[in-house]
Design a protein around this ligand. Structure first.
Ligand code: ADP
Length: 674
């Protein structure tokens, strides 16, 4: 038996593990398979939405190209563009280029797609200027006989001869000064002043030269010399002051002077050589326009005939910069074959035109266009498609991401979470169920064990009184003469032991009836006090003899209650027995019966060992015995029976106790409601 009991926990543990594994493993496998299939479905949906995305992308790209070329065409066909028509044979000087630029800038303001205009004739780029025409010798036509003009010509020519032919700048100073002082056009005066300053410089008059350059800078800074160099720059480099150079550099890159691309490169190098310019002004629209001029010159080639009614697209690249251009012949009957073109304002297309197309196509995707080689920095969860343009923008790709991408990803995540959550919950409930079942089974097994113990314990306890009764009975039967006192004491022993026997059997029978659900309490209406008094009377005598002091306070004339006298007797007896067993040294028992509110209350108190707080609930369970109760007799049934009796009476049992200071049990009977 003992061996079996020892084997049981190990066996049970193994059983438990098998149970749990049988639940957990298949559930986890199912969960895994389901998640896999969810993942596969998601992938398929993604693929599907990606191909949809690609289709939308192709539509969007085509629409963007169509609109860009339509807008470019509208721009190039703007009636004002015709105004920039050039005489084919006339060289384009910076002054002419500046006028063209002004005119084209005004047109450009009406057409946001335009970043720059350009003009091409044959294979030569005419605007913006790539290089300036060959220097014009300073030709002074005597003109209409104006006397200042004639004097200027005479003085200037002579000074020039002295400076250049005779190599005597010192002798030329005077001539240039006098010609400068004459009332002639600014271009002539500026020329004379520049020569004057140069000759002063060469003939060791630095201060005077500086002053002359200052004047040149201030008065004629916007004019050009015969090499098409702005006088401001000529003077600026001579004066060589940091603040001035910084300012001139800024003016240069912002397009104060209309210069050729080559000139600008040259001047920028000069500034760089002097290391006196702010770096941040390098990126300007003017410079970009000139870079376009270089790019056009390097790559602009016409393939096949050009028709006047057509607008052509051409992409160019130079260094890191890409240009998307559109051009068309600027035709006039019998006029020169000049092409006018525009470079697209890419930023505007990227932001504005794309947005318009998306809105007009009713698309909800996130779209962006970016240089084709650039990778998407973060691919959105829902996926992204990249589409190349077909007829224009070869340097770009169109990237599309599902607008609902992240949201659907969130939804999928949520689904997976809910799904897994439910599975885990079901698993948890199953495992909990199994654990509860196992706990129940264990408790049943434990109860069975206790019942078996009860049987053997009770049988053992029956032995003592039976032996005593038999012993004293036989003694009285065969013993002959005993003094009366002794005989009386034998009778008492026999009576007491048979009472104990009855009590024990009664209790076991009660428990067995309750256990089988057969216990019934015949309730009758009456006064509780006599029933309590009889129980106290029967047991009190015995207790007093054992040295207990008993204090009773039974209130008379209490309201009637419905009760089973025998069960109440039994309950009181059980409480008194416990008070005796657990009274320790104090040997005090208090019994009080009274009424409170609508209840009759019976209190049994002792000053004994008390009951720790953690035990107070448990002691009413069947077979429960608080630690430290061993050796005091009993099977943990007394209080269980009392509670059962009180429940059957519609009442309750309360306990106040303090470990080491005693306990007070209160049986509460409800009064009959009148
Ligand atoms: P038992 O047969 O062990 O007395 P009971 O059901 O009557 O069984 O009591 C359950 C437990 O409650 C006891 O083992 C004891 O530890 C505790 N108990 C009951 N009455 C008292 C009391 N008056 N003072 C201290 N402990 C008590």
């Amino acid at each position: 038996m003992a061996a079996l009991r020892q084997a049981a926990p190990g066996y049970r543990r193994a059983l438990l593990i098998i149970y749990l594994l049988a639940l957990v493993v298949p559930t986890l496998v199912l969960l895994y398979l389901d998640l896999q299939s969810v993942r596969r479905q998601r992938e398929e949906i993604n693929n599907l939405s990606l191909s949809n995305l690609r289709l939308s992308g192709e539509r969007l790209a085509a629409e963007l190209e169509r609109r860009a070329s339509r807008l470019a065409e509208a721009t190039l066909r703007d009636p004002d563009v015709f105004q920039v028509l050039l005489p084919a044979d006339r060289p384009i000087t910076p002054e002419v280029a500046a006028r063209i630029r002004n005119r084209l800038n005004r047109i450009r303001e009406r057409h946001p797609i335009t970043q720059h205009f350009f003009l091409v004739q044959g294979d030569a780029v005419r605007f913006p200027l790539v290089r300036v025409p060959a220097p014009q010798p300073f030709e002074i036509t005597p003109g209409n006989g104006n006397s200042s003009t004639q004097r200027f010509v005479a003085l200037f020519s002579e000074a020039e001869t002295r400076e250049i032919r005779l190599q005597r700048p010192d002798l030329a100073v005077e001539g240039y000064r006098r010609s400068y002082e004459l009332g002639v056009p600014d271009a002539w005066k500026a020329q004379a002043l520049a020569r004057l300053a140069r000759c002063m410089q060469k003939s060791n008059q630095p201060k005077a030269a500086q002053q002359a350059y200052q004047t040149l800078l201030a008065r004629y800074g916007n004019l050009y010399d015969s090499f098409y160099r702005p006088y401001a720059l000529v003077a600026g480099f001579e004066l060589d002051s940091t603040g001035l150079l910084v300012q001139l550099h800024r003016d240069l890159v912002r397009g104060r002077w209309e210069l050729s691309a080559e000139q600008v490169d040259y001047f920028l190098e000069s500034f760089a050589a002097r290391e006196r310019h702010p770096q941040e002004t390098q990126e300007t629209e003017f410079l970009d326009h000139l870079r376009l001029a270089h790019a056009l010159e390097e790559s602009f080639r016409l393939h096949g005939p050009i028709r006047a009614s057509e607008v052509y697209a051409l992409a160019l690249t130079r260094g890191q910069t890409n240009y998307q251009t559109y051009f068309t012949p600027l035709s006039s009957p019998g006029g020169p074959k000049v092409l006018v073109g525009l470079a697209v304002r890419l930023g505007w297309v990227q932001n504005e035109l794309l947005r318009q197309c998306i809105a007009d196509l009713g698309m909800t995707q996130n779209a962006s266009i970016a240089p084709g080689l650039k990778q998407l920095s973060a691919v959105p969860e829902g996926g992204a498609a990249r589409v190349a343009f077909k007829s224009a923008f070869p340097f770009w790709d169109l990237s599309l991401a599902l607008a609902s991408g992240p949201a659907s990803a969130v939804a999928a995540h949520r689904d997976i979470l809910i799904f897994s959550g439910f599975t885990v919950l079901v698993l948890f409930v199953l495992v909990l169920g199994v654990l509860l079942l196992i706990r129940d089974v264990s408790r049943d097994m434990e109860l069975n064990r206790l019942r078996a113990d009860l049987v053997s314990g009770v049988s053992h306890e029956l032995k003592t009184p039976l032996t005593l009764i038999r012993l004293y009975g036989e003694t009285l039967l065969h013993g002959g003469d005993f003094p009366e006192v002794e005989r009386q004491s034998y009778y008492q022993i026999i009576t007491r032991e048979s009472e104990r026997l009855t009590h024990l059997i009664e209790r076991v029978l009660d428990f067995s009836r309750i256990d089988r659900g057969k216990k019934q309490y015949p309730l009758e209406v009456g006064d509780l006090a006599p029933a309590i008094a009889s129980a106290v009377g029967v047991y009190g005598l015995y207790l007093k003899r054992r040295g207990f002091s008993i204090e009773t306070d039974l209130a008379p004339c209490l309201p009637p209650v419905r009760f089973d006298p025998e069960a109440v007797f039994q309950a009181v007896l059980n409480l008194l027995e416990n008070a005796v067993k657990y009274s320790g040294e104090s040997k005090f028992i208090g019994i009080r019966l009274g009424s409170q509110d609508d209840n009759i209350i019976l209190e049994v108190a002792d000053h004994g060992v008390g009951i720790p707080a953690g035990e107070r609930e448990k002691i009413f369970q069947q077979f429960y015995r608080a630690p430290g109760s061993a050796g005091k007799g009993g099977y943990g049934l007394g209080l269980f029976l009392v509670k059962h009796i009180m429940d059957a009476h519609g009442g309750s049992i309360e306990l106040e106790s303090e470990a080491g200071r005693g306990s007070r049990f209160r049986l509460i009977f409800p009064c009959i409601k009148s």
